[in-house]
Every structure is written in C-alpha cells, then in structure tokens.
Design a protein around this ligand. Structure first.
Ligand SMILES: CCCCCCCCCCCCCCCCC/C=C/C(=O)SCCNC(=O)CCNC(=O)[C@H](O)C(C)(C)COP(=O)(O)OP(=O)(O)OC[C@H]1O[C@@H](n2cnc3c(N)ncnc32)[C@H](O)[C@@H]1OP(=O)(O)O
Ligand SMILES: Cc1cc2nc3c(=O)[nH]c(=O)nc-3n(C[C@H](O)[C@H](O)[C@H](O)COP(=O)(O)OP(=O)(O)OC[C@H]3O[C@@H](n4cnc5c(N)ncnc54)[C@H](O)[C@@H]3O)c2cc1C
Length: 642
C-alpha cells in the first residue's frame, strides 16, 4: 500500500531507508517537544538542524529528488516551517522558470549551494489577491540602466512573504514595471536585500518579521519596503520578458507566464495537504483504537471508540479523501512538469488548462483537508485539544493553504472563468473544441442516474452522476451569467451576481476530477489485496461524496429518493467494511513517530503513559510553586483571609 501512496516500491523503500537513517542521527531530532519551546527557540532549533542537513544531506537523500527532499524536511524540520522554507518552494522554482539561461548560471548554483537564501515577495499590506493593483514600482532609469524599486506608501509594503523577515538575503520581488512612464504590469525582479557578510539590511531597505501567526511560526513571514532602491536592468527575470538597454519592452509568449511560481506551489501543495490530513487521521485513528469509552452492548466491557459508527463516519470518509488527494496530486504534478517543460521551450498552449485545474484543486483540497483535520481533533475528545496530540498545529498549518497561493474563493472563480468559456462552446455547438478535462460538458447524459439500476456497473454510474451534476451546475451558472448580460448588466456586475453559483460549479467540477483520479488509480492496480482494500475505500468515497452533493442531483430528479437511500446504506456498509483495515490504511503512509510529533498518536499505543510523561516534562512543572502564585495569587488569598 505504501508503494501506491508514494508512487512506487522504490519510493516507499527509499522513505523507509531515509527514516531509518534519521532515527540513527540524534543531532537531527527535536531537542525537546516543539510545543514546549518559544518561537525564538523553535527558530533557533530549526536553523541548527538546517545547517547540519546542509552538511549531511547527501549522506541521507538524493538532494535532486523533490520527493526525498520533502520527506527529509518533514521528518527533521517538521511542518511548522523552517528558515529556508520559501527558498526551495518558490525562490528556486521562480528562478528556474523565469530567469534566462545567463541569469540562472549566475544565481541558481549559488542558491542551490545555499550561499544565498531567497524568498518570493509579492503580497503587500494593501493587496494580495489583486496583483494588478500591487503598488510597489520598478521604474526604469534609462541613464543608468537600472530599475528603481520604490514603496510609495504604507499599503505598498511587502507583507507576508515567508522567511523574508529575518532569514533571507535575496528575494524575487514582484513590482509594477514602468518604462518611459508606461506601466507594463507586475514583473519579477531578483533583488539583494541584505549584505552577504553582515546580513544587515542594505541602504534603502526596510525589513522585519510580521509577528506570530495562527501556526507556521518557525517561518519568519516578513515586511519589506524600498526607498528608491536601485538594481541593475539585468535583474528583471528575463526568460520570457525582456527589457533592452534602450528601454524596449519585449513581451512574453503568454500574459500570465510570470505567475508560474504560484502555479508550481498550487500543483505541489496537494501532496502536502494529503500528508497533513493523513497525519492527523493517523493520530486520531490510532488513538480511537486504544481509547475505550462506554458500551455498545451493556452486557459487554467498554468498547474502543473506533467501534462507534459516529466515530467511523467522522474519520473514514476523510481517510478516503486523503488517498484521493494523494492520487489527484500525483496526476497534477505530472501535468505540471509536462506543462513547465513545454513552457520553457515556448509552448504555452496548456497553461490555461493547468491554471484552471490547479486553482480548483487547491481550493477544494485545502478546504476539505481543514474539515478532516478538525474532525480528527474532535474525534480525540479532550486529548485532541492538548498540544500533545499535535493535531491543532497540523490544522493551523494546513488551513493556511486556504489563503496562501490565492484565496480559495478567488481561485474557484478563476476555474469558473474556464468553465463558463467551456459552457459557451457547448451552447454554440462547438463541443468538439472542449479540452479533455471538460469534454463531459458536451456529452448528453441519460435522463436519470443508473446507480443501483445496473448490476456490476462498478463506478461508471457514479462517475456519470458526478458528471451530470457538474455539467448541470456549470450550464446553470453560465446561463444565469449570460442571462444577466443579455438583460444589459455589465459583465463584471453580472459575474459578481452569479459568483456563488459559479463557485458551486467549480467545486463540483473539481470533486468530479478527484473522484475520477481515484477511479483511474484503482483501475491500474494489479495486486489483488491492495485493489480490494482501495476498492472498499473508493466505494465509501463515491457514496459519501455523492450524498454530500445530493441536493444537486435531486433537484432535477436525476437521483430518486430510493437511490439516495441506497447510497446512504452503501456508506454505512463500507464504514463497517473499512473498520478492520482503518488503522492499517493510515499506518501504510509510514509516518515515523519522529515525523508525527504526536504523543497521542505514537505507534506503540501507550497513550496514557506517554501523556503522563509528557505532562510531567512541561516547563510549568519544574517547580511546585510558580512565581505567579507567590507574587499575586498567594497574597490575594492571604488578604481575603484577613
Ligand atoms: C512528487 C514530489 C512530492 C513533493 C511534495 C512537495 C509538497 C510541497 C508542499 C508545499 C508546501 C507549501 C508551503 C507553504 C508555503 C506558502 C507559500 C505561499 C506563498 C504565496 O502565497 S505567494 C503569493 C500568492 N499570491 C497569489 O496567489 C495571488 C492570487 N492572485 C492571482 O493569482 C491573480 O491575481 C489572479 C489569477 C486571481 C488574477 O490575475 P489577473 O488579474 O492578472 O488576471 P485575470 O483575473 O484578469 O485573468 C486574466 C486571464 O489570465 C488567466 N490566468 C490568470 N492566472 C493564470 C495563470 N497562472 N496561468 C494561466 N492563465 C492565468 C485567467 O484565467 C484569465 O484567462 P481568461 O481566458 O481571460 O479567462
Ligand atoms: C501562511 C501564509 C504564507 C504566505 N506566504 C507568502 C509568500 O511567501 N509570499 C507572498 O508574496 N505572499 C504570501 N502570503 C500571502 C498570501 O498569498 C495572500 O494572503 C493571499 O494571496 C490572499 O490575499 P489577501 O491576503 O490579499 O486576501 P484578500 O484578497 O484581501 O481576501 C480577503 C477576502 O476578500 C475576498 N476577495 C478578494 N478578492 C476577491 C474577488 N476578486 N472576488 C471575490 N472575493 C474576493 C476573499 O475571498 C477573502 O474572503 C502568505 C499568506 C499566508 C497566510
């Protein structure tokens, strides 16, 4: 199963080897539990491990393999981030995709050797989503052949970029490029921020940390201001766009090609989200098979809480989602790598499809991951609320994904643009022009769903039902939009008035893609036992998801009430079938105790001993009487007794 999750036998084996090596290297372990550290201590601890990794990485992993790097990162540094998180996730990808060969030769080897630390500075205090209204300017000075970076007012301060505050000395900065008083829109520039020897900010640069966040606090998200700060013309990233010495602007082959670093993260973060969801579920499911509370049959002893149907209903559909996200994520990364290769050689024809797909997936996956993690936390009762479970930290980090790389509602609306264009093709009889991901919009569906009507139809009728509701909602939302415009509404106003319906269409389309990715994967599996276990999980997935969106299929009578009863019964049937495999389905992800960082979810299952040991090690328990008591509470009580 691990091979299915991680993509191949070899990958699963390599993960085990890497975990085993790390287990033997105490210098790479947390020196004490992270929840007992201050933010400063965590940052220090992370930097300590990071420098050891820089020395020893080659002995543990193949540093050119992103999957091995990510595993090493999760084991050693953990999901709360590290001082170079953005260096690998955005700075290097931005340089790789957007710097010219000459620029790459100058900067990439230095970045890869970690001679310099970089980040991606785009968002500002006043604008994140609406890139067209960023305020930082890069004005070309023809006389010196330099760009002058400037922050005109407080709202133009860069705000949020990870590791910008304290760790990075370089950044890819996105600023509006102005040449001879003409604004060419946001462009990426390579900018040195700090002196390479002293790490002091360079003159003209104001920089710092934005303060503690809901989670992800090892990362020093930062602010940055420029006071007429000059950089050479050749620091504009020039793979696709060029500015010649005389100020001549050469435009890129696609207007949004400079957005590629964002698409990169959107494509890769699905796997990251699946891992966080599976981690939280692993903790909760292990704990649920140890925790005994109450009886189902009063004549019998207390049961493991995992025997309760409500507990299974809380956890198992999310187990199915974690697998589904992992499979959909693997397909997306493949597509991304393909599009990136094409893009580098000038073929930009697939960019729109990739953008639409990643926008939808990013939004649906982060939202459902957050839901699943929070349910996992509640499924642990009181102990889920303790940092000993570590689930609240996992939640805090994962839920950030709903916001970063494009706020979810906004990204759903980006997919909706693509769906509306596709709907227009269908309506004008040009269905043959539809891309493969939306081809179903042009296919006539049966008048009613055939779920429960055709024996042995596998998952086909489920997929057709998802296609039907997604198609119907897309066409309905598009009709509403076109209708408003026909009535004379301005395009933007009409769009806003339909945006809730449009986003519904985007979610349904994305959920269809996820279901199809799961089905495709199960169909490919040769090992009969693995296929059987995943087929059960897929049954749960399609029935649970369909029940969740049933109102869309009921409103036009595509599904009947009796079919809905059947679907509901299938959910209950498969909850029971999955129960014996539940812990194994999560243990198959092979997270080590070091990586999970959860006292509650340790592999040994000694929950109570581990919790008591953990509580005793709390810094508050170093002394029996705290100074808060001697200084305040004791005098208060004494005064009251007088
Ligand atoms: C196998 C290996 C396993 C390894 C696992 C590794 C796991 C890794 C896990 C990663 C963990 C992540 C760690 C966390 C780090 C956090 C870092 C966070 C960073 C950031 O947040 S950076 C800042 C991000 N900011 C945003 O995302 C801003 C969002 N806004 C936008 O993107 C845009 O403003 C916009 C898209 C919403 C709108 O742009 P714009 O106004 O310019 O465009 P229009 O709306 O007018 O649209 C015009 C047309 O352009 C198309 N378009 C837009 N974008 C793109 C694109 N990127 N590509 C192609 N086309 C694009 C639109 O669709 C429009 O097209 P149309 O035809 O006119 O409809
Ligand atoms: C953990 C974390 C890490 C980050 N790291 C980085 C980084 O490394 N580099 C970087 O540059 N940035 C980073 N960011 C910033 C992040 O990319 C932005 O916060 C994000 O893009 C959302 O933009 P915003 O904050 O402007 O939200 P806003 O756009 O102000 O969103 C507020 C609300 O307005 C709604 N809204 C906005 N526009 C529209 C619209 N057109 N239609 C409908 N609704 C709309 C949204 O849906 C939301 O409900 C990070 C953020 C976080 C939380």
């Amino acid at each position: 199963m691990a091979a299915q999750i991680w993509g191949s036998e070899k990958r699963a084996r390599r993960r085990r080897e890497i975990s085993a090596k790390i287990a033997q290297m105490p210098e790479l372990h947390d020196s004490k539990p992270l929840p007992f550290m201050t933010r400063e201590e965590k940052i220090m601890e992370s930097a300590r491990k990071l420098t050891i990794l820089t020395e020893k990485m080659g002995q543990i992993i193949d540093p050119t393999d992103p999957a091995e790097l990510y595993h090493l990162n999760n084991e050693v540094l953990g999901l709360e981030g590290n001082p170079m998180a953005l260096h690998g996730v955005m700075f290097i990808p931005a340089l790789s995709a957007q710097a010219s060969d000459e620029q790459q030769a100058k900067w990439l080897p230095r970045a890869l050797r970690r001679e310099i630390i970089g980040t991606y500075a785009q968002t500002e205090l006043g604008h994140g989503t609406n890139l067209q209204n960023l305020e930082t300017t890069a004005t070309y000075d023809l006389a010196t052949q330099e760009f002058v970076l400037h922050t005109p007012q407080i709202t133009a301060l860069k705000w949020w970029p990870g590791n910008l505050g304290k760790s990075s000395n370089y950044a890819v900065v996105v600023a509006h490029m102005i040449i001879k008083a003409k604004n060419y829109g946001p462009h990426p520039f390579m900018v040195q921020l700090r002196d390479e020897k002293t790490h002091e900010p360079l003159p003209g640069i104001t920089i710092g940390d934005i303060g503690p966040k809901m989670a992800y606090n090892i990362v020093d998200n930062g602010f940055l201001g420029f006071n007429k700060y000059r950089i050479p013309r050749t620091n504009l990233l020039m793979r696709h766009t060029k500015v010649e010495a005389d100020g001549t602007y050469i435009k890129p082959p696609h207007a949004k090609i400079n957005y590629s670093a964002m698409v990169h993260v959107r494509a890769y973060m699905l796997t990251g989200q699946a891992i966080m969801l599976a981690s939280a579920l692993n903790i909760a499911t292990r704990y649920s098979s140890v925790r005994r509370q109450g009886q189902i049959d009063k004549s019998q002893p207390e049961v493991k809480v995992l025997e309760y149907q409500t507990q299974q209903h809380r956890l198992f559909p999310s187990i199915a989602r974690a697998y589904a996200f992992q499979f959909a994520g693997a397909e997306t990364v493949k597509l991304y790598e393909h599009v990136l290769k094409e893009m580098k050689s000038g073929n930009v024809s697939l960019m729109a499809d990739l953008h639409a797909l990643t926008s939808g997936l990013k939004s649906v996956v982060t939202y459902q991951t957050g839901e699943g993690i929070e349910q996992a936390r509640m499924a642990c009762g009181g102990h889920g609320y303790s940092m000993a479970s570590y689930i609240s930290e996992i939640y805090g980090v994962a839920i950030g994904g709903c916001t970063y790389e494009g706020e979810n509602m906004v990204m759903l609306l980006q997919l909706a643009r693509y769906l509306v264009k596709s709907a227009a093709l269908v309506k004008s009889g040009q269905s043959s022009k539809l891309g493969p991901l939306v081809a179903y919009l042009g296919v006539k569906s049966e008048p009613t769903s055939l779920i429960d009507r055709i024996p042995n139809s596998g998952f086909t009728e489920y997929v057709k039902t998802f296609q039907h509701v997604s198609k119907r909602q897309t066409l309905k939302a598009a009709d509403m939009f076109f209708g408003l415009m026909e009535k004379g509404e301005k395009r933007e106003i009409a769009w806003n008035k339909c945006s809730v319906e449009l986003n519904r269409a985007s979610r349904l389309h994305t959920r269809l893609f996820i279901v199809e990715a799961f089905v495709r994967r199960v169909n490919e599996i040769a090992d009969i036992r693995i296929k059987e276990a995943l087929t059960d999980l897929l049954h749960l997935h399609v029935n649970y998801e369909l029940l969740d969106i049933a109102s869309y299929a009921l409103e036009d009578g595509f599904l009947s009430a009796s079919q809905l009863d059947y679907i509901r019964d299938q959910v209950y049937l498969y909850l029971g079938k999955i129960r014996p495999n539940a812990v194994s389905l999560l243990d198959s992800w092979e997270f080590s105790d070091i990586e999970l960082r959860s006292v509650l979810g340790r592999r040994d299952g000694n929950v109570y001993e581990n919790l008591f040991k953990w509580a005793k090690s709390s810094p508050l328990n170093k002394t029996d009487v705290l100074s808060s008591v001697t200084q305040y509470l004791k005098p208060m009580m004494e005064k009251a007794r007088l």
